[in-house]
Design a protein around this ligand. Structure first.
Ligand code: PMP
Length: 434
C-alpha cells in the first residue's frame, strides 16, 4: 500500500520548487506510484491501462523483470562513467545494437537523451561534409537544445534560439499537406531549398520516419527515396531520427512500427546516421547515434566524450531490452496487435464524425479529431475532454500534433488484443459522451 505524499502535496511542491514550465496531461494530474508491464497504478491502487508509455520510455513493459534484473545486477557490480576505464557492458550493447542495423551502420556513440543524440548527429554531418546547412521537415520535433531546437519546427516548442543553418521544408503530410499523398511533389521542395536557399551543398537532411510530437504523421509514399537522392547529389548525409520508434523508438524506433525493426526501413533507404533514445532503455536515460566507420572518424579530430553516455547501467538496460524484444517476439507483436488496434480505430471513424484521420504503423498510432471533416478544423478541446474521460475509465493515451488535436496511441510493446479492445471500447464510449 502506498503511504507517500498525495497528489495534492506533490502539486504544491512542484509549484514551489520546480520549474513553472512543467505541464500536466490531465485537469487533475495523476500520481503514478507503480507500474507493471502495460499497467500503471495511482496512489489509491487504481489500475490504468497504459496506452501512451511506449512513446516516452517503455518498450517492453513497465518494470519488465529481465530489464530490472539487468539494472540491479549492473548497479551492484559497478556504475561509473564510461570515459575512465574499460567495461564490457557498453561494448556488448554496442555490438548487439550494431547487429540490428542495416548496411555499414556499425559504430555507436552513446548519449543520455534524444536531444543529445540529434545534436551530435547534426554536428557529425556538418564536420563530415564541411557544410552548415541542414534541412528538416516542418512539424518536426528533434529536441530542445540550441541546435536541435533549430531543427524542431513547431513554434509551440521553440524559444528564441539563433536558428543558424537550418531550413524547413514542406511536410509530406498525407492528411494536411499541400500535395496530399504525392511524395514526389514534396520532395521537389527539398530540391528548391537547396537551389535557392543554400550554396548547393548541404550537411544533411534529418527526418522522423513517423513524426511523433507532430501527431503521428507518416511520410507520403515515395518521398524519402526521392529526397535521399537529392541529398546525396548535394553531398549531404541523411539522418534518421528514430528516437520514438520505440523501443528502439524517440517515438519511431525499436520495433515499434512492427513490420520492420526501424521506421526508415519502411521506406527502403539506409540512412548515413540513425539516432535513437527513449524506449531503447525501457525508462533508463539512454540515447545513441549510429553511423558508419568512415563517417565516425570525424570525431577523432578533437577530443570527444560524454561522461554518462553509455554508462554500464544504462547500456546493461539497453541490452536487456533488445534481448526481451527478441525473446518475446515483440516486433511481431507490435505488428499483429498494432494492425488489429488500427483496424478497430479505423472502424470508429464510421461511427464518429469527429474523427478526421487514423494513421500510423505498429504500436505507433494516431487519431486526429476535427470539428469538420472538410475544413479539417482541429478539435483540440474535444481531445482533452475525451482523454480525461478515458482516464476516469482506466485508460491512458497521449496527445500531440501542432494543434494538440491528435490522440497518440503508443502503448508498450507487450500490449495484447484484449488491451486493444478495451482501449478502443473506452475511446468509443468517451467520444459518444462528447
Ligand atoms: N526526437 C524525437 C523524434 C522525439 O520525439 C524527441 C522527444 N519527444 C526527441 C528527439 C528528443 O528526445 P529527448 O526528450 O530525450 O531529448
Amino acid at each position: 500500500r502506498y503511504m507517500g505524499p498525495t497528489a495534492e502535496e506533490i502539486v504544491r511542491k512542484r509549484k514551489e520548487f520546480l520549474s513553472p514550465s512543467m505541464f500536466y496531461l490531465y485537469k487533475k494530474p495523476l500520481n503514478i506510484v507503480h507500474g507493471k508491464m502495460q499497467y500503471l497504478f495511482d496512489e489509491n491502487g487504481r489500475r490504468y491501462l497504459d496506452g501512451f508509455g511506449g512513446i516516452a520510455t517503455v518498450s517492453c513493459g513497465h518494470g519488465h523483470p529481465d530489464v530490472v534484473q539487468a539494472i540491479v545486477n549492473q548497479t551492484n557490480n559497478i556504475q561509473h562513467s564510461t570515459i575512465l576505464y574499460l567495461n564490457h557492458a557498453i561494448a556488448d550493447f554496442a555490438e548487439a545494437l550494431a547487429s540490428k542495423m542495416p548496411g555499414d551502420l556499425k559504430v555507436v556513440f552513446f548519449t543520455n537523451s534524444g536531444t543529445e543524440a540529434n545534436e551530435l548527429a547534426m554536428m557529425i554531418a556538418r564536420l563530415y561534409t564541411g557544410c552548415q546547412d541542414v534541412i528538416s521537415l516542418r512539424n518536426a520535433y528533434h529536441g530542445n537544445a540550441a541546435g536541435t531546437m533549430g531543427a524542431t519546427a513547431m513554434c509551440n516548442w521553440k524559444f528564441n534560439v539563433v536558428q543558424s543553418g537550418v531550413h524547413h521544408t514542406q511536410n509530406p503530410d498525407p492528411y494536411r499537406g499541400a500535395f496530399g499523398s504525392d511524395g514526389e511533389k514534396y520532395a521537389k521542395d527539398v530540391e528548391d531549398l537547396i537551389r535557392f536557399g543554400t550554396s548547393g551543398h548541404v550537411a544533411g537532411f534529418i527526418f522522423e520516419a513517423i513524426q511523433g510530437v507532430g501527431g503521428i504523421v507518416e511520410l507520403a509514399p515515395n518521398y524519402l527515396t526521392s529526397v535521399y537522392s537529392t541529398i546525396k547529389k548535394a553531398g549531404g548525409l541523411v539522418i534518421a531520427d528514430e528516437v520514438i520508434v520505440r523501443s528502439l523508438e524517440v517515438q519511431c524506433g525499436v520495433a515499434r512500427t512492427g513490420s520492420n525493426f526501424w521506421g526508415f526501413q519502411n521506406h527502403g533507404i539506409v540512412p548515413d546516421i540513425v539516432t535513437m533514445a527513449k524506449g531503447i532503455g525501457n525508462g533508463i536515460p539512454l540515447g545513441a547515434v549510429v553511423t558508419t566507420p568512415e563517417i565516425a572518424t570525424v570525431l577523432t579530430r578533437r577530443n570527444y566524450f560524454n561522461t554518462f553516455g553509455g554508462n554500464p547501467v544504462s547500456t546493461a538496460a539497453g541490452h536487456a531490452v533488445l534481448k526481451v524484444i527478441e525473446k518475446e517476439k515483440l516486433q511481431e507483436n507490435a505488428h499483429v496487435v498494432g494492425s488489429y488496434l488500427k483496424e478497430r480505430l479505423c472502424s470508429l471513424k464510421d461511427k464518429h464524425e469527429i474523427i478526421g484521420d487514423v494513421r500510423g504503423r505498429g504500436l505507433l498510432l494516431g487519431v486526429e479529431l476535427v470539428t469538420d471533416r472538410k475544413s479539417k478544423t482541429p478539435a483540440s478541446a474535444e481531445v482533452l475532454e475525451v482523454m480525461d474521460n478515458m482516464k476516469d475509465l482506466g485508460v491512458l493515451i497521449g496527445k500531440g500534433g501542432f494543434y494538440g488535436n491528435v490522440f497518440r496511441v503508443t502503448p508498450p510493446l507487450c500490449f495484447n488484443k484484449q488491451d486493444a479492445d478495451f482501449l478502443v471500447d473506452v475511446m468509443d464510449y468517451s467520444m459518444s459522451k462528447l
